[in-house]
Design a protein around this ligand. Structure first.
Ligand code: GLN
Length: 495
């Protein structure tokens, strides 16, 4: 049962073959036996059980129940759930319990889903390995000496390890697609504006987007439909109708013109990853696709532009955590360094609280962001990066005049070893080299399983489509899923 998809569980629930209570008892038990993976930062069995019993009761009494009724969903710990711990992987928010639900959470509740625990993540979603969590790293279920990717590593590992059939994460530069790729599952970053960000703890507001993790595309379509749509509480959410993704998934796209981007096959690409992607291209060719080379010349500036824009926005978003209204407050803020005696006690309190509450990577980003926005430097850095961002978007606009979707690798390498990149921030940043441009351009990106290395590590295929073309993206990916069985592979996790 722990390898079942949400669609399969829903069928069992509808037929009365299984109850939601039985499903969650099985998963809670498994979670208990797989504690070593460190997937959840918070999991309250009583709360999970009471949600399951309530939905079973409604189903039995013949009430109409939502499209995800009784299905457990694991939640990245940066989505606010009323009254439940929401730490964002940080010491700063160790005791925070939000007074309200994020919009995606209220939508999941309306759909009848069971909120199944909060998953581990890199602090404030900054990282690619989940090693920047204040609560310790999560292990990759395929190889426990390796990282599950990040920053949504807990959510990806939860689905891969069979601890929840589906999960939510967030993607600012790759944080859904890259962990999905290295954990052998599907991960989708929707178009900026498709899903409301209300109640998502902000990292870089112009790039952040919430999206699903699942074993296959049917489940991805199901959850995407449930969370998408306009929300008056997020002015960047688009007021447009939401396509019926599950209903149209089975229909192959009218046109299958696929662009292969030479810039996505550059230096640092693992040879086994490359050959799996080349093989995926052949699968599409056999399915009748026209394959064309399309260049995205400005994508090589993706990492530098992102590491100016994202830290700039983060330095502003994280300014609120100073121990006054938000965040950890230091108990001792007596002067520590020469000169601090002359500072007001409140200033010392803020300094000590931020010093204690934030980890090293978050501090690095805040300093970088403050610098690139400072008077005299903003033009050289921040404003310049915005221009590069526009050029990246223009590249995609011209590419999508010629092809329907672009394909390439999601991550340049399979899952790397724990500790391998922690002392080298640049090596860590390069994990997102192929995912980051979609965030800068605001377009949707999808990662689907497309192979395993000789040492049994998953490889992900990335597909990119124009803004709001999620339907096309999913249907195009479905062509590959139908022709292969990579989405059926599961890691052999020992309980
Ligand atoms: N790894 C990237 C970063 O560290 C992207 C993170 C994300 O998408 N949240 O910023």
């Amino acid at each position: 049962m722990n390898s079942a998809t949400a669609t399969a569980l829903l069928a069992g629930l509808e037929q009365g073959a299984i109850s939601s209570e039985e499903i969650v008892i099985g998963l809670l038990d498994r979670a208990d036996r797989l504690k070593r993976l460190n997937v959840f930062v918070h999991l309250d069995p009583d709360h999970v059980l009471s949600q399951a019993r309530a939905i079973d009761k409604r189903r039995r009494s013949g009430d109409s129940v939502g499209p995800l009724a009784g299905v457990p969903v694991a939640i990245k710990d940066l989505l606010c759930v009323e009254g439940e711990p929401t730490t964002c992987g940080s010491r700063m928010l160790r005791t925070f319990r939000p007074p309200y639900d994020a919009t995606v959470i209220s939508r999941l509740k309306q759909a009848g889903a069971i909120l199944f625990g909060k998953t581990n993540m890199d602090e404030f979603a900054m990282g690619s390995s989940t090693e920047n969590s204040a609560y310790g790293p999560t292990l990759n279920p395929w190889d426990e000496t390796r990282v599950p990717g990040g920053s949504s590593g807990g959510s990806a590992a939860a689905v891969a390890a069979g601890l929840a059939p589906i999960a939510l994460g967030s993607d600012t530069g790759g944080s859904i697609r890259q962990p999905a790729a290295v954990c052998g599952i599907v991960g989708l970053k929707p178009t900026y504006g498709r899903v409301s960000r209300y109640g998502l703890i902000a990292f870089a507001s112009s790039l952040d987007q919430i999206g699903p993790f699942a074993h296959d595309l049917a489940d991805t379509a199901l959850i995407l439909k449930a969370i998408s749509g306009h929300d008056p509480r997020d002015s960047t959410s688009v007021d447009d109708s939401v396509p019926d993704y599950p209903a149209t998934l089975g229909t192959p796209p009218e046109s299958l013109r696929i662009g292969v981007v030479p810039e996505f096959f550059g230096e640092g690409l693992d040879p086994e990853v490359e050959s799996a992607i080349r093989e995926a291209i052949r699968v599409y060719e056999q399915a009748g696709a026209t394959i064309r080379k399309v260049s995205l010349p400005n994508s090589r500036s993706g990492i530098p532009a992102y590491y100016i824009v994202a830290p700039a926005e983060c330095s502003s978003n994280l300014a609120r955590y100073d121990g006054t209204i938000y965040g950890h407050r230091a108990a001792d803020f007596s002067p520590r360094y020469p000169g601090e005696e002359s500072l007001a006690p409140m200033v010392r309190m803020m300094m000590a609280s931020r010093a204690e509450g934030f980890g090293a990577e978050v501090k690095r980003r805040i300093m970088l962001g403050t610098f690139v926005l400072s008077a005299g430097y903003a033009d050289q850095y921040y404003n310049q990066a915005l221009k590069v961002r526009r050029l990246i978007r223009n590249d995609f606009d011209s590419a999508f005049k010629e092809v329907d979707v672009l394909i390439g690798p999601t991550s340049p390498t399979p899952a790397f070893k724990l500790g391998e990149r922690t002392s080298n921030p640049l090596a860590m940043y390069l994990s997102d080299i192929y995912t980051i441009t979609a965030n800068l351009a605001g377009i949707p990106g999808l990662s689907i399983p497309c192979g395993l290395t000789k040492s049994n590590l998953p490889i992900g295929l990335q597909l990119l489509a124009p803004a709001f073309a999620e339907e096309k993206l999913l249907r195009t990916a479905r062509v590959f899923e139908r022709a292969t069985d990579w989405h059926l592979k599961r890691p052999g996790v020992k309980e």
